[in-house]
Design a protein around this ligand. Structure first.
Ligand code: GAL
Length: 423
């Protein structure tokens, strides 16, 4: 059983989509002034525009370039986002992951390392393309790559990011675990979790105080049910698992772990099953399709992580499939649920704005004989009678009927949008 406190947090999160108004309402109320002291006119509270009202889309350097990222690579990624049509399809963040950090000077100001000679100029360049720029740090003294983290310098770093024009921060737990949580509260996991939450809240407040709209991305690998406490500590998205790798088994393991988390996602606050590996590693074309489709079904951030200057046309076609992107970016912001499984075939569905619906049927079996006929059970999806829809990978109109026999190859997907589902 979950403790009452955590249930209350859940109830709060569910009942409170993160608007600027209720974000402010979550800040502890200051002591009431006496009637004599009470100001006649309310002081203006700085309003930071809302961010991530649909899942963030963009590109991040880590999955393909890792520590090879540099100024030139980021400029090339920005150029390619425009040239390939990704920007037109909705991708707008170009995010620098770990390994950009240099040393702090005597006043504690962090400098970039030699790979990034002028971060402000780089941000200006990315902005000049009509794109936004993201950066990476850790609440600990060191990042996962062993570079300088923000511990003890949260406000200074937030101000630095704002001065450069940064629009997105990925904040990765890393050394905070060993150097802070375990040191400050040895053998006390509950206290360690409180310290972790405080560490993230500290940067939340620091970012807020800059007045700049900055997407705040938690990288806490799902620790301590981050979906319950992250949103009230300013998280616009939070990693739900450890790292993704570009192979079916890891991608599918992460997909499976998202089932049940759908109630925590909504405009301004999203589950993050990690960045895309589309076009990377060992994923076949159909596996790339499944990965992209299911991240869209999950209302996940769509952060490509491939080598954009050398992207193959078939990978570009996947990443820029506007019908699939529209599922991810649907204004209702409702994440798909795993509705049922029939052997190795899984059926997921999500409601869409205007009463529409998206249905994904995935053959997750790895055996070459698993192209077994499977019959669709529309009743389990709450649907009655034949349903007219669009197959989002062939672009063709389809009609789904109850009991219909489908034969999907192993690791392939049928993704259908039904605009007017008959219930
Ligand atoms: C990991 C994180 C990765 C990447 C890496 C950088 O902790 O999950 O996405 O950011 O650190 O060192």
């Amino acid at each position: 059983m979950r403790p009452i406190a955590s249930l209350l947090v859940t109830a709060f999160v569910l009942a409170s989509p993160l608007t600027t108004t209720n974000l402010l309402a979550q800040t502890p109320a200051p002591a009431k002034p006496s009637a004599a002291q009470a100001p006649k006119v309310k002081a203006a509270v700085p309003q930071v525009p809302q961010v991530a009202m649909t899942p963030p889309m963009g590109w991040n350097s880590w999955n393909y370039f890792a520590d090879k990222v540099d100024d030139k690579g980021i400029r090339a990624a920005a150029d390619q986002m425009v040239a390939t049509g990704m920007k037109d399809a909705g991708y707008n963040y170009v995010n620098i992951d770990d390994t950009w950090e240099g040393e702090r000077d005597a006043s504690g100001v962090l400098h970039t390392n030699a790979k990034f000679p002028d971060m402000k100029a780089l941000a200006d360049y990315v902005h000049s393309k009509g794109l936004k720029i993201g950066i990476y740090s850790s609440p600990g003294p060191k990042t996962c790559g062993g570079y300088a983290g923000s511990y003890g310098h949260e406000l200074q770093d937030a101000q630095l990011y704002a001065s450069w024009g940064i629009d997105y921060l990925k904040y990765d737990l890393c050394s905070f675990i060993g150097d802070v949580m375990q040191k400050q509260a040895p053998n006390d996991p509950a206290a360690q979790m409180r310290i972790m939450q405080d560490g993230y809240e500290k940067m939340h407040q620091a970012l807020k105080s800059t007045g700049r709209p900055i997407v705040y991305s938690y990288c806490t690998y799902g620790w301590d049910a981050v979906w319950e406490w992250g949103p009230k500590n300013g998280a616009n998205l939070w990693r739900t698992t450890g790292d993704i790798t570009p192979d079916w088994d890891r991608m599918y393991a992460i997909l499976s772990q998202q089932s049940g988390l759908e109630k925590y996602a909504g405009p301004g606050h999203w589950n993050d099953p990690d960045m895309l590996e589309v076009g990377n590693g060992k994923l076949s074309l159909s596996e790339n399709r499944v990965h992209f489709s299911m991240w869209a079904m999950l209302a996940a951030p769509l952060l490509a992580g491939n080598d954009l200057p050398n992207m193959k046309p078939e990978i570009k076609a996947i990443l820029t499939n506007r019908d699939v992107i529209a599922i991810d970016q649907d204004k209702l912001g409702r994440q798909a649920a795993h509705v049922y499984s029939d052997g190795e075939v899984e059926v997921w569905a999500r409601p869409l704005a205007g009463g529409a619906m998206a249905v994904a049927v995935v053959n997750v079996g790895s055996d070459r004989y698993t192209t077994h006929p499977f019959h669709l059970n529309l009743a389990k999806l709450g649907l009655t009678g034949p349903q007219k829809g669009k197959d989002l990978w062939t672009g063709k109109d389809v009609e789904l009927t109850n009991g219909e026999a489908l034969a999907l190859p192993s690791h392939d997907i049928l993704l259908v949008r039904i605009d007017a589902p008959k219930k």
